[in-house]
Ligand binder design. Sequence first.
Ligand code: FES
Length: 74
Amino acid sequence: MDDSEPAATITPCPDGPLLVRGSFEILAGPGREDTVTDRGVVALCRCGKSGIPPLCDGSHRLVGFRAPAPPPPE
Ligand code: FES
């Protein structure tokens, strides 16, 4: 990895999860399994309805979650 590259990037999906790419660790909390990745991709729930938080399980589609993509940079 180039030193100018971030260790991880986060991309909000329109009406869906946050895609986290890169090398990072998710400390999920008591009773939940931590997630460690090395240049992988993980989808984090932002609708609050996932059955496997903090990961997305696709439930956002069932509940009609809406979060439009941010406008493109000018
Ligand atoms: S964003 Fe996919 S289940 Fe919440």
